[in-house]
Design a protein around this ligand. Sequence first.
Ligand code: SF4
Ligand code: SF4
Length: 375
Amino acid sequence: MDKASVYFATARSAKFAHSHSLLARLGRLLDQMNIGEIVQIDTPVPVKIHFGSRGAVHTVRPAYVGQVISALHNVPCQPFLTDSCRLRGLDYLGVARRNGYDWATIGAPVVLADGVYGNDSVVVTAGRLLEKAAIASAIHDAGSMVVISHFKGHSGAGIGGAVKNLAMGGVTGRPRCGSWQQGRGKAHFLLATAVEWTAERCSHCGTCIEICPVDAVSEVDGTITIDQGRCWRCGRCITTCPDHALTAPKDDSTFQEALAEQAAAVLSTFEPGRVLYLNFLLHMQPECDCVEIADVPVVQDLGVLASTDPVAVDIASLDMIAQQPPLPGSRAVQITIAPGQDVFSALHQKNSRGHALYLEKMGYGTSQYQLITVA
Ligand code: SF4
Ligand code: SF4
């Protein structure tokens, strides 16, 4: 396979002039990539992003999103900003607005890819682990797409970049036709069917009840109960339980492969070359934007990497990050980073490249790339 082209716009400004801003460089990057040849003209084009969470405010700034939207209007096409529900739909739209995403700020509508109830989806064939995946309708029905990713750490995958954004965000949490087995949570629960509670460990802090996006957790007479019919298998209660009283067995390698299968299932609904990926290597915090905090960054801002290849753009991002020292005062200074290792792999003790490399094996990209720096 030929090397993929990955475009890079640096965040470093050498002069006090707008033309040296990242915003201006992003505009030139989109011009240089000739995005009119990537997205379909005169059609709705989803611009897939993670809206963030309550307290997770270090998502991609609306000014950058607006720049992308402007370039898409010039194609011309009809962009709309979207994500599938991470919380109940209207609550998640509220998060989007609080994080600065609405029509007035970005110049396009903000809609839920899987509808207000988080169940609008179309089931497609997935890989050997997942078998089926329910793709959010507004993504499934599109002919082309732009994926904007805030590059950061992730406790399960090591990083959240383009491939993970495609995988977890392109698949709905609660399919209308089917069960959680076709939804996003299947990747979390390949080795289990339900969250398990260990009474002896539980301090009854109530975090799991508060954090559950679908009110599936309750406590009656000191017993934590999870409504298995409601549960999305999102894993938030497990991650946030301070006493490790909630568990579901998970194997890192299987999870990485399942993420790749979810990403491949989303991509199977597009013709090759019809998805543009923009990784924003800015304010790279240790945890995902699902977590309700905005921690200080662990590496310096680098800029924007872009490609039509999801594997290449994530591998190029990790290669660039691996050359950076950890930032003083951040979580990264408490850990040991091996020579050539990226900070996120060291922080989370995961192979951050794993899911991208599985996707490459499935034929949806290449880890070989050439870097093109935008002036
Ligand atoms: S978050 Fe953990 S410790 Fe707190 S109530 Fe739930 S199970 Fe118990
Ligand atoms: S995994 Fe936990 S937080 Fe997620 S839906 Fe199920 S009970 Fe709620």
